[in-house]
Design a binder for this molecule. Structure first.
Ligand code: UDP
Length: 316
């Protein structure tokens, strides 16, 4: 297939691009480099530097699908500057959908997020649980999910939303390079590398076994594989939604222990208050993705930490 990958210079987008090229697809990347890196785009992909609002200049009927990963994705920033999320995610995606409709491109795989569920109480989150995002980031992704449902019904789009849980790990040298870095695993690895004085635990009074927050970490390579399955799965006039996680919860303390084990560094962990807006537990049910996409993740947290550690070492 001929594909446009928006956000293909980002952490997840670069690994998705790598796998699409590996599967023999023709890939063009569109990225404004606001958070991505030009050197993360593999040579086999055609490169377009620009906003997704300019996708109309690229798309024509020769494209089979758009994999739409470009987005603003910082929860804290979305609370402080919600307008950036309404413009950067909702308005920009509407422009992308307009461009696809004009060009006759009928298929989209979209990066949605577990943040649409808010403080879900369930032990494992299924796709039919009520959505109740607790911040503008999650709300903007949910608005786009609603746009895709309506676009499928009204104009025949074949759409798949993939609701990511906590993505981690690396693929070769393709790794997380955010600035500022807010995610747990890269931050604990910084402490192991002496780029940070210690790891920080946000909240030790959660109603969980060890008092720290529990998340469902998913390896970026497993996650990317789900995009290829979703491309094949997408069906005209239908919007399908899948949660992507492993179904296993890991606490902040367990992540820090895994980093200590993998790196052999006895990282100091400093306990702080909860970070505002963080739910106690977020774990996916993988049942629908397994049954309908035929997709099952195979890599565990240890593997994520080990791959991120190795990828980071290459860049020192
Ligand atoms: N966290 C932490 N220390 C850090 C970064 C994150 O304790 O340096 C916690 C955070 O409060 C949350 C969990 O680790 O409970 C996962 O956070 P992350 O930012 O990686 O992902 P999120 O679940 O917020 O998308």
């Amino acid at each position: 297939m001929k594909l446009l990958v928006t956000g293909g210079a980002g952490y997840i987008g670069s690994v998705v691009t790598e796998q699409l090229l590996g599967a023999g697809h023709q890939v063009e990347v569109l990225d404004d480099l606001s958070t991505g890196h030009r050197d993360a785009v593999l040579e086999g992909a055609a490169w377009h530097h620009g906003s997704i609002t300019e996708a109309g200049e690229i798309l024509d009927e020769s494209f089979d699908a758009v994999i739409h990963l470009a987005a603003r994705s910082l929860v804290g920033e979305s609370v402080a500057h919600p307008e950036r999320y309404w413009h950067g995610n909702i308005v920009a995606t509407l422009a992308l959908l307009d461009a696809m409709r004009d060009a006759g491109v009928k298929r989209m795989v979209f990066s949605s997020t577990a943040a649409v569920y808010g403080d879900a109480e369930a032990a494992q989150i299924t796709e039919d649980l009520p959505t109740a995002p607790t911040n503008p980031y999650g709300a903007s992704k949910l608005a786009i999910d609603h746009m895709l449902s309506a676009e499928a019904t009204a104009h025949g789009l074949a759409a798949v939303s993939l609701r990511y849980f906590n993505v981690a790990g690396a693929s070769g040298s393709l790794r997380e390079r955010h600035d500022p870095e807010t995610h747990l695993i890269p931050n604990v690895l910084k402490a192991a590398r002496d780029d940070a004085p210690h790891a920080t635990i946000f909240g030790t009074d959660y109603p969980t076994e060890d008092g720290t927050a529990v998340r469902d970490y998913i390896h970026v390579r497993d996650l990317a594989e789900a995009h290829l399955a979703a491309l094949d799965y997408a069906e005209l006039s239908r919007h399908a939604i899948f949660n992507l996680g492993t179904g296993t919860g890991t606490s902040v303390r367990e992540v820090i222990d895994a980093v200590r084990e993998v790196t052999g560094v006895n990282i100091e962990a400093v306990e702080q208050d909860r970070r505002s807006g963080d739910p106690a537990v977020l774990v996916a049910s993988g049942a629908r993705a397994a049954a309908e996409l035929g997709w099952r993740p195979t890599r565990d947290v240890r593997q994520m930490v080990a791959d991120a550690w190795t990828a980071g070492a290459e860049h020192r």
